[in-house]
Design a protein around this ligand. Structure first.
Ligand SMILES: NC(=O)c1ccc[n+]([C@@H]2O[C@H](COP(=O)([O-])OP(=O)(O)OC[C@H]3O[C@@H](n4cnc5c(N)ncnc54)[C@H](OP(=O)(O)O)[C@@H]3O)[C@@H](O)[C@H]2O)c1
Length: 290
């Protein structure tokens, strides 16, 4: 099968031939139709080593996928061959930039027939991260105010939509050119991330880290929460977390897309052979594989 591989930390991603993946216990092999990736994943340890710390190169990047179940591993229940699915690929195994990938079945959810694979491939990491940040870690409820940094980005744009629908007041930050986009998603005000005009809020969702994260701590009201997905906070206590798979929440996100209540950001769609160039591109690229 064809796949994008990275041979070592100094090599660029490249198109290669790999053997069809093995479906281990509780796995499914998915025929990938569309895949998402994070340019920064080439710096993650799990891209290079397996869970025991052993070298696993050449490795296949990409941790978001939408496709059709092609094979079931021993003991796999809950999904069937031929079923449309979407979800997250495991961090420390070959990922989604391939014609086929083996994934733990519990990381996937059924994909409704009226949600296309490209849209579905843009949802798993960004959507679950936004949800978990706002509601699992941030305990956001109706009437509270949340500041979403990077609000036009992949995670931020979904966070703005989810928070608005939950009845929260949303303030967004980002590049000046993205003001209208962020307001159009449902934010009631837009700022530069370091603006002195941002008032106290109940929750900050930071995706930028660094100085923005340091300054964000001052914006949280007493009893409020700072949640970041960028790096552990240095200045004041806050919650840093890494997104976890969640089949039930994926199903909920897909339903919101069907209803027209949620739209992931997608800037560019490219074929698998062009995925290496997409690693250096700005904006959100989804790779159409099948
Ligand atoms: N911990 C986790 O579980 C987890 C999960 C998902 C993502 N992440 C990480 O979270 C970060 C954000 O992910 P994402 O997918 O949402 O990225 P993204 O799509 O690039 O969104 C970031 C947004 O912030 C904007 N931005 C960046 N720097 C800015 C600045 N200095 N001032 C104003 N706006 C700025 C970007 O604008 P431009 O596009 O114009 O630069 C973009 O709109 C990444 O580092 C990613 O690796 C972590």
């Amino acid at each position: 099968m064809q796949a994008i591989t990275v041979a070592d930390r100094s090599a660029d991603p490249a198109l290669a031939e790999l053997p069809y993946p093995h479906a281990a216990e509780n796995d499914v092999v998915v025929r990938v139709h569309a895949a998402g990736f994070t340019p920064g994943e080439l710096t993650w340890p799990a891209t290079w080593t397996d869970r025991a710390g052993r070298d696993r190169t050449p490795s296949v990047p990409g941790h978001e996928l939408s496709g059709v179940v092609a094979d079931l591993g021993y003991g796999t229940t809950g999904l069937t061959v031929g079923q449309r699915v979407f979800g997250m690929a495991d961090w420390a195994r070959n990922g989604s930039l391939a014609e086929y990938t083996a994934v733990e079945a519990r990381n996937l959810a059924p994909l409704p027939a009226d949600v296309d694979h490209v849209t579905a491939a843009a949802l798993p990491i960004s959507g679950l991260t936004a949800w978990q940040a706002l509601f699992d870690h941030g305990r956001l409820t109706a009437g509270r105010t949340v500041l979403v940094h990077g609000a036009a980005g992949s995670v931020g744009s979904l966070a703005v939509q989810l928070a608005r629908e939950a009845g929260a007041r949303v303030l967004g930050t980002g590049r000046a050119a993205d003001r209208d986009t962020v307001l159009g998603l449902g934010a009631e005000a837009f700022f530069d991330p370091l603006s002195p005009d941002i008032g106290p809020v109940d929750l900050v969702l930071d995706v930028l880290g660094g100085e923005v994260l340091d300054r964000s701590a001052e914006l949280v009201r007493d009893g409020g929460t700072l949640v970041t997905i960028a790096e552990p906070p240095r200045v004041r206590p806050g919650i840093f977390f890494v997104v976890e798979p969640d089949r039930a929440r994926l199903a909920d996100l897909a339903q919101r897309v069907r209803d027209g209540r949620l739209r992931p950001r997608i800037d560019t769609v490219r074929p698998l052979a062009e995925a290496p160039a997409a690693f250096g591109a700005r904006g959100r690229t989804i790779i159409r594989v099948a």
